[in-house]
Write a protein that binds this ligand. Structure first.
Ligand SMILES: [Mn+2]
Length: 371
């Protein structure tokens, strides 16, 4: 076997930060079962694999199967691979024994009751300790490299959207528009869409998470598009609403309220501000206009390797939760009128040491929304 190369610095730092929490929790190792966290700590993108992180040293072990042998060597040559031929529980038991682990931490938000039961049987004599592993909080703070990837995803999604606007015509279905938008993102270098695109015409736009279907654009249709690109695993997320030719007076009013709310939310972003206060800044604009009940969801969420990450800009955020430099969040107020339509406007914002940087910049004033 050739010697494994050194762990890249960016991963080494992530591993160190994770290991510090393990030592604080007084455990010998952590078993990670969540694919996103495994990618974050090792670079390995595959599925059906688990990761053992010792509380010290660089001996991370990816527990996988033969489908991923070559992929692990390519994506994470510095990690040790345990290619199992039996059940995952037996593989874990084998590695835990080899490493002389006495206390093994299990991430309580990811390990299922069934897995916990199996591990209990296979690991007799080993202490299994459910913990909050802190990965989601760690991932919330992005490094400049991670921000660059999110920015690149944003550029791809914006170019694809501009092309899609030029392609739109009455008679096209939501599905057809979705296919073109996602095709363009791939062609422009995306790994794929950042999440299932929402392309919703007219009254479908009143469903915050509408699924694109056969509904066709009509002469003065309103179209809500909530889409994103994935680039090197990092996701961007935007929403724009456009009207073909003209927008009804009611939707023009609603559009302007949502835009004002979004700008108020973005204006509130800075390091140290309470997550709840950012949500409240935008929500107040919508409530004052009389549409408070039509804005039922939170203002925004973190983005990164997952489309929904910490922190959450919401009235339900932890009471003392604040924005920190390195957080990247969406700001996406909306107003939904059942049977009529809906407006949501969404951009991605980086919290900096002194304030913020809005990472996405397609036009959004009312005039630009009429195409
Ligand atoms: Mn979003």
């Amino acid at each position: 076997m050739p010697r494994r190369p050194a762990t890249p610095d960016v991963l080494r730092q992530r591993i160190r930060d994770t290991q510090k929490r393990l030592r604080d929790a007084d455990v010998d190792a952590l078993l990670i079962t969540n694919a996103v966290d495994i990618r974050y700590l090792t670079g390995f993108v595959g599925e059906d694999s688990w990761l053992l992180v010792p509380a010290s040293g660089t001996g991370l072990i990816i527990l996988s199967d033969s489908r991923f042998t070559t992929q692990i060597q390519k994506e994470s040559p510095h990690s040790k691979a345990y290619i199992r031929t039996g059940a995952m529980g037996d593989a874990v038991a084998d590695v835990v024994k080899q490493k002389k682990i006495k206390t093994l931490a299990l991430p309580q938000d990811h390990v299922t009751l069934g897995q916990r039961k199996t591990l209990g049987k296979k690991l007799r004599g080993i202490k299994l300790k459910p913990i909050e592993d802190g990965m989601i909080q760690q991932r919330a703070v992005k490094t400049p490299d991670e921000v660059r990837n999110i920015v690149k995803a944003g550029r791809i999604q914006q170019e694809a959207f501009t092309d899609t606007l030029a392609y739109l015509e009455p008679g096209m279905s939501e599905s057809q528009i979705t296919a073109y938008l996602e095709y363009r993102m791939r062609e422009l270098g995306a790994d794929g869409p950042g999440f299932p695109s929402i392309v919703a015409a007219d009254s479908n736009a009143a469903l915050p998470h509408a699924i694109p279907g056969p509904r066709k654009l009509k002469k003065h249709s309103l179209l809500l598009v909530d889409w994103g690109a994935c680039y090197k695993g990092y996701r961007s997320d935007m929403t724009r609403v456009v009207a073909l030719g003209k927008m009804s007076p009611k939707m023009r009013e609603v559009y302007q309220v949502v835009l004002d709310a979004q700008l108020a939310g973005i204006a509130a972003i800075r390091p140290g501000v309470l997550l709840r206060d950012v949500d409240a800044a935008a929500r107040k604009v919508i409530e004052d206009a009389g549409y408070g009940k039509q804005f039922g969801h939170g203002l925004g969420h973190g983005i990164g390797y997952d489309i929904h990450e910490e922190p959450r800009l919401s009235a339900l955020a932890p009471e003392d939760g604040v924005l920190e430099p390195g957080h990247v969040v969406t700001v996406e107020p909306g107003i939904y009128l059942p049977g009529v339509g809906g407006v949501r406007i969404e951009d991605d914002v980086l919290v900096t040491d002194r304030g913020k940087r809005v990472l996405t910049n397609l036009p959004k004033d009312l005039d630009s929304a009429i195409i």
